[in-house]
Design a protein around this ligand. Structure first.
Ligand SMILES: Cc1cc2nc3c(=O)[nH]c(=O)nc-3n(C[C@H](O)[C@H](O)[C@H](O)COP(=O)(O)OP(=O)(O)OC[C@H]3O[C@@H](n4cnc5c(N)ncnc54)[C@H](O)[C@@H]3O)c2cc1C
Length: 401
């Protein structure tokens, strides 16, 4: 492990243990994004993980930087998710943005002074983003005028800029899609009521309305025709980041169960001395190790032709393992597992949320299924055992009659 990675992981661990974990209950009660905490994350180098050092970032490759969310997820999965989306936008802006955009925004984003989020989902289009309506019209002076509505926008009314995916014509399909960064103070942008999400109430989420919002062409991040492709790449990074965050969540659940179980007296011994309890927690421990290996392998594949499939494997397996881990650890504590101070109920709900966000588990299965079909077509046909096909054909003819 490089010194730089080791340092940033230690910083992230410290942030999770000393800034997130002791305060997340209060943040949820307050129901507001903890800007002072994300400012600290920025000052500690956690808001420009992949952006180049020239722009104030850490310049870590995706394969390494993604491990930061495993540390942050130990504190809270929703907080880790929000910072991961900010880092992906910052990476896109610093890597693909125009020179004017970078001059204006890059250092504020990498330092965390300004926060960014990604707006793709719309009320009628989540898993099927091609069904989006948000439309940009390109004006004679090069500016874009954008109208439409986005849904499930995280850091709603809190982020300073929204990396928004738009269509640029009425043509069906994705060829005319683009991504443009819309500043939060642009005239015509507004937000709906906040969604009510008790387990991560501090993460503001709502619909975002765009009413003839005029944006400079300097803010184009992915030009027409690259919008969907670039967004899918961003989502692959997001999927692996979620899997990384889930590993932190699983570790937090396991540690809570172990801390409780080692002292809980029963049947003349301790709960953790029971074989059945060790087996339950042993399965969680194995799933955690497998999950770490899988997301790290998927992170290495990002940007290669294997990237989307590996991201789908990680997003399919790890959040499911996290749901199972949070539920198993709750069970190990018996009734105490349901009490608020232990936080296991919150972890179960967070794990379920992480199964949905950035492409559901089912969408990952669709990606994997398509890859399997492709592989199947490249394999030789199996010979049908003599007599078997004829019988089948005979029965099919009889059934048709
Ligand atoms: C906490 C949270 C934060 C979010 N933040 C953002 C954000 O910042 N920016 C943003 O753009 N989006 C965000 N999202 C949106 C998120 O990406 C979508 O919720 C997700 O893509 C699913 O879309 P949907 O909710 O519309 O579900 P739908 O697309 O309506 O799906 C409904 C169900 O159908 C299933 N399904 C869909 N297609 C298939 C299929 N082919 N086969 C089998 N089953 C299928 C789905 O898996 C799901 O179970 C956020 C979501 C959550 C929960």
């Amino acid at each position: 492990m490089s010194d730089k990675l080791e340092t940033i992981l230690a910083v992230a661990r410290d942030h999770a243990c000393n800034v997130i974990a002791p305060n997340v209950g209060a943040w949820n009660a307050e129901g507001a994004w903890p800007r002072a905490a994300s400012d600290k994350a920025g000052a500690a180098g956690l808001t420009g993980i992949y952006a180049s050092e020239d722009w104030g970032g850490q310049g870590l490759p995706l394969s390494q930087g993604i491990q930061v969310y495993e540390q942050l997820g130990f504190g809270d999965g929703a907080y880790a998710f929000a910072l991961s989306m900010h880092n992906i936008c910052t990476f896109a802006g610093c890597g693909y943005g125009t020179d004017a955009f970078k001059e204006k925004w890059a250092r504020d984003l990498t330092s965390g002074r300004k926060l960014a989020n990604f707006a793709l989902t719309e009320p009628q289009s989540g898993s099927d983003p091609v069904k989006m309506y948000t439309r940009a019209t390109i004006n004679g002076d090069g500016t874009w005028t954008i109208s439409g509505a986005k849904a499930w926008v995280s850091l709603a009314n809190e982020a300073d800029i929204y990396f928004t995916v738009v269509k640029t014509s009425d043509a069906p399909g994705h060829k005319d899609m683009a991504m443009i960064a819309i500043p939060a103070d642009a005239p015509g942008i507004s937000f709906g009521p906040l969604y009510d999400t008790p387990s991560y109430n501090f993460l503001p989420m709502s619909e975002m309305y765009l009413d003839e919002v005029r944006v400079s062409e300097d803010n184009i991040i992915l030009p027409i025709s690259q919008g969907l492709q670039g967004s899918l790449m961003a989502i692959d990074i997001a999927r692996v980041s979620i899997a990384s965050g889930c590993c932190g969540l699983m570790q937090a659940a396991l540690d809570t169960a172990l801390s409780y179980s080692k002292n809980r007296k029963m049947f003349g011994g301790k709960n953790l001395e029971l074989d059945g309890i060790q087996w339950m927690l042993g399965e969680v421990a194995t799933d955690l190790e497998v999950s770490k290996l899988l997301y790290r392998k998927a992170a290495e594949a990002l940007g290669t032709p294997e990237g989307p499939l590996m991201a789908a494997h990680a997003k399919r397996f790890v959040p499911d393992a996290a749901v199972k881990a949070a539920n198993t650890c709750t069970q190990v504590l018996g009734g105490m597992g349901l009490l608020q101070p232990y936080g296991l109920d919150r972890l179960s709900r967070l794990a379920q949320m992480l199964r949905i966000v950035d492409g559901t588990t089912e969408i990952s299965r669709v990606v994997i299924g398509r890859a399997l079909q492709k592989r199947a077509y490249g394999l030789p046909d199996l010979p049908i055992p003599k007599g078997y096909g004829e019988v089948n054909e005979q029965s099919a003819t009889m059934a048709a009659e």
